[in-house]
Design a protein around this ligand. Structure first.
Ligand code: IMP
Length: 272
């Protein structure tokens, strides 16, 4: 079995990508002639595209990276947060954000708002792939490589569960390989997010309800999510909550041991 056996169809070939990257490089070099451009790569998916694109630019460039993570159900991206910030002060610089793919638009819209507040001289976005059918948040993508249909793709930097990034083309992953794994990993991420207090119980419950309603989940995952909702109780009611035992049991069912982290007590200012 090779990685290629997991691909149902090649959507954009290596040759098509290289021709497009050269064309984008020419357009961007013309648009920014006489200027220096700061390229901001979104970790991790954009690095392959970015490293090819920058070698097709004949203007001076600088490089920085930013990391954003989202809580997603299946292939949906949900709440977005910054996990690694830039090192560069972008004030007064011409900035081009380089992204692998624009899907719902949530990641880029969050990023654009965050970066705009830092007052760059200009801010534009370049994405190799765009799935316009999936857009939930309207955003302007200034340079687009290819518009693609609503299919889950991997390769040329794009991953599934961190795999397939090194394929030289963009391909559609065989569906049976990703559905269950995506939902299972989303369940784990949300449970951990709740336990780490990054998500409130209400957010966890809302996510579980939407996932049950919108995704074609396996019988096992359905039972898990229903149990989670039953244990949490009615939002707004006095007994709305999850006990430590509830969490330990639920996590145990996912094959995870519940580790309760104790944080050192922070002494009040001026105390002791
Ligand atoms: P958005 O916030 O929904 O626009 O999602 C953008 C992010 O979702 C991208 O940076 C990718 O990491 C991920 N993504 C969206 N669609 C795909 C796909 O088909 N394959 C792999 N990753 C994807």
């Amino acid at each position: 079995m090779t990685m290629q056996d997991d691909i149902a169809e090649i959507l954009v070939s290596e040759e098509q990508i290289q021709a497009k990257v050269a064309e984008l490089g020419r357009r961007i070099s013309e648009d920014y002639a006489g200027e220096e451009l700061l390229l901001i790569g979104l970790l991790r998916g954009a690095i392959v595209f970015l490293s090819d694109l920058m070698r097709n630019l004949d203007i001076p460039v600088r490089l920085d990276f930013i990391g954003i993570s989202s809580y997603g159900a299946g292939t949906e991206s949900g709440a977005v947060r910054l996990v690694m910030d830039l090192e560069t002060d972008i004030a007064g610089r011409h900035v081009l954000v380089v992204e692998d793919i624009v899907d719902t638009g949530k990641t880029l819209s969050y990023l654009i708002e965050t970066l705009k507040a830092r007052q760059p001289a200009s801010l534009r976005v370049c994405a190799l792939l765009d799935k316009p059918e999936r857009r939930q948040v309207p955003i302007v993508v200034d340079y687009v490589g290819f518009e693609i249909p609503d299919k889950f793709v991997v390769g040329y930097g794009l991953d599934f569960a961190e795999g397939y990034r090194n394929l030289p083309f963009v391909g559609v992953l065989k569906e049976h390989l990703y559905r269950e794994v995506l939902i299972r990993s989303a369940i784990l991420r949300h449970m951990n997010g709740y336990l780490e207090r990054e998500l409130s119980l209400q957010e966890l419950v809302d996510w579980a309800t939407t996932t049950l309603a919108e995704n074609d989940v396996s019988a096992e995952d359905e039972a898990f999510l229903q149990d989670l909702l039953a244990r949490a109780g009615e939002p707004g009611s006095a007994d709305f909550g999850l006990t430590l035992e509830d969490c330990a049991e639920l996590m145990g069912r996912l094959g995870q041991e519940l580790r309760v982290r104790t944080r050192p007590l922070v002494r009040a200012e001026g105390a002791g």
